[in-house]
Write a protein that binds this ligand. Structure first.
Ligand code: AP5
Length: 217
């Protein structure tokens, strides 16, 4: 089963894609995570991507398609039971490339579109904290760590992503509306789109997603 997780920044794509991958044995592929890793390792890709990410803009299509294409080819070579793509595609060009990339992997089964009001998305982004060591995700209000600044899972230091300030979060939402939202119509016309309410607890949203995939119960 190959699934795309769409939705505005802060909708909960990363949180939910991780849970779905674990529950259904899928490979979780997130260009945002791969790019942040490249920035941390100061690779050529990381150096090119950083200025776009810090400004809340999209990294050029060619770089992203190459990045995700290589990971998808690896997943196919290892006979993965499927993938959940979190944050890809984000442009029409990426969506068209994905069709080709999934040709040998059974095609795309569904596009889950997590819907969340903009102010709630901004509140989720500005309160997010991430573990520098293991990548675990927290929220100062909705999912607070036991002790401030320290990861419950591994004891690593927590930090705020440089693109999670209110100004950059709003810029990312604007980019989302302009560049990515048109894909909602694109996938609806292909009969693949499932709108899912992203409000409520993490568990409630997971159950809605499983139900949208016909995998509940
Ligand atoms: P990326 O990392 O993909 O950022 P994003 O799409 O903006 O999404 P986020 O990670 O901010 O939010 P999310 O929806 O995953 O929410 P999360 O689960 O973390 O991309 C970053 C940058 O990389 C882009 O701006 C761009 O520059 C570049 N990039 C990435 N992909 C690209 C592409 N395809 N093309 C070009 N450039 C690309 O949750 C957010 C917070 O809310 C967390 O604190 C979480 O704990 C909390 N939370 C989650 N669910 C709930 C809930 N139900 N209730 C309460 N709190 C919740």
């Amino acid at each position: 089963m190959n699934v795309v997780m769409m939705g505005p920044p802060g909708a909960g794509k990363g949180t939910q894609a991780g849970l779905l991958a674990e529950r259904f044995g899928l490979v979780h592929l997130a260009p945002g995570d791969l790019l942040r890793q490249a920035v941390k390792e100061d690779t050529a890709l990381g150096r090119r991507a950083k200025e776009y990410m810090d400004a809340g803009r999209l990294v050029p299509d060619d770089l992203i398609i190459e990045l995700i294409g290589s990971r998808l080819r690896e997943a196919v070579a290892h006979r993965a039971p499927g993938v959940v793509l979190d944050g890809f595609p984000r442009t029409l060009r990426q969506a068209e490339a994905l069709t080709g990339l999934l040709e040998k992997a059974g095609g795309l089964d569904a596009v889950l579109n997590l819907c969340l009001p903009e102010d709630e998305a901004v509140a989720r982004l500005t309160g997010r904290r991430v573990c520098r060591k293991c990548g675990a995700n927290y929220h100062l209000v909705y999912k607070p760590p036991d002790s401030p600044d320290t990861c419950d899972r591994c004891g690593g230091p927590l930090y705020q992503r440089s693109d999670d300030t209110e100004a950059t979060a709003r810029a990312r939402l604007e980019v989302y509306r302009r560049e990515t939202e048109p894909l909602v119509t694109y996938y609806a016309e292909k009969g693949l789109l499932r709108d899912v309410d992203g409000r409520g607890s993490v568990g409630e949203v997971t159950e809605r997603l499983a139900s949208a995939l016909g995998l509940d119960g």
